[in-house]
Structure formats: structure tokens, C-alpha cells
Design a protein around this ligand. Structure first.
Ligand code: ZN
Length: 151
């Protein structure tokens, strides 16, 4: 199991997000630089102590860690304890019920599936959801439950 924070909340859920970036955003930069830019948005512009997400998945399917999995994230109001936040790069202009492939690449689909499997190997995941399951937002730009059923 993965436990978060001092109170050791067990991690039981994965929640997907998008970066709300265009497909070619920082395209010539390394993924670590993209993660650093998102961290800067969250730390400097929002005043958080670190990037809000635990994982970031690039357009080419590479992934990089954000906040440590053992730290409580900052990605869904009221649902940060015991959840892992995964951010997919892209999603700019997306609607909540778009097909996954409208806003993301096949490599991202593969990487996201692998990341889910990896996390399930470390803790007991009971639910894989999206930001739009908890808030009136488009993020992550697809219906996670539908995508999970058909992936
Ligand atoms: Zn989100």
C-alpha cells in the first residue's frame, strides 16, 4: 500500500487531469522542463508547496514524477487525500465527454494504462476517475469510466 501524509491515508484511487495545453506546447523541451513549468504555475502562481500532480504523461508517452506519491496531492478539491493525480499533457479546449483520442495520443493511452497497472502493483486501487467526476470541469477531457471500460 501507499500511504499519504502524517495521517497515513491509504491510496485507493487514481484521478486523471489534463494540463490544458495545446498539442505542441513546449514541444522542443524535455519532459523535466515541462514538469518544472507546471510546478512553477502551482508554486509561484497558486502558492502551493509543490506541483499538485503525482505524475505527468507527455505526448510521446514518456512519464515523469511530480509530487511524491507518499505526499497528499493538490489536484481535486475534497479528494486529495488517498488519491494519486495523473496529468496528461494536452487537453486544451477539450470537452468533458470527448473521446480520449480527440485530445491525446495513442502513446499517452498506452502510457496511462501502464501507469495505472504500475500503481495498482504498489497499492489497492478501487477507483480510477477524472477531475470531471468531482467538479463541473472538462478536465481531463474524456469520461474516465467510459475510457476504462473500452481501453
Ligand atoms: Zn484537473
Amino acid at each position: 500500500m501507499i500511504f499519504q501524509g502524517k495521517a497515513r491515508h491509504p491510496v485507493t484511487e487514481i484521478i486523471f487531469h489534463c494540463a490544458d495545453t495545446r498539442p505542441d506546447w513546449m514541444a522542443r523541451h524535455l519532459l523535466t522542463e515541462k514538469v518544472a513549468e507546471i510546478r512553477r504555475w502551482h508554486v509561484q502562481e497558486r502558492g502551493w508547496r509543490d506541483i499538485g500532480y503525482h505524475w505527468v504523461v507527455d505526448r510521446d508517452g514518456a512519464n515523469a514524477p511530480g509530487r511524491r506519491e507518499t505526499d497528499i496531492g493538490a489536484h481535486v478539491e475534497g479528494h486529495n487525500r488517498g488519491t494519486i493525480g495523473i496529468c496528461l499533457l494536452g487537453g486544451y479546449g477539450a470537452s468533458a465527454d470527448d473521446p480520449f483520442a480527440k485530445n491525446y495520443t495513442a502513446a499517452q493511452a498506452e502510457a496511462a494504462k501502464q501507469l495505472i497497472a504500475d500503481i495498482k502493483g504498489r497499492t489497492t486501487i478501487r477507483l480510477v476517475s477524472g477531475h470531471n467526476d468531482y467538479a463541473a470541469k472538462a478536465c481531463p477531457g474524456f469520461l474516465v469510466a467510459r475510457w476504462i471500460r473500452h481501453k
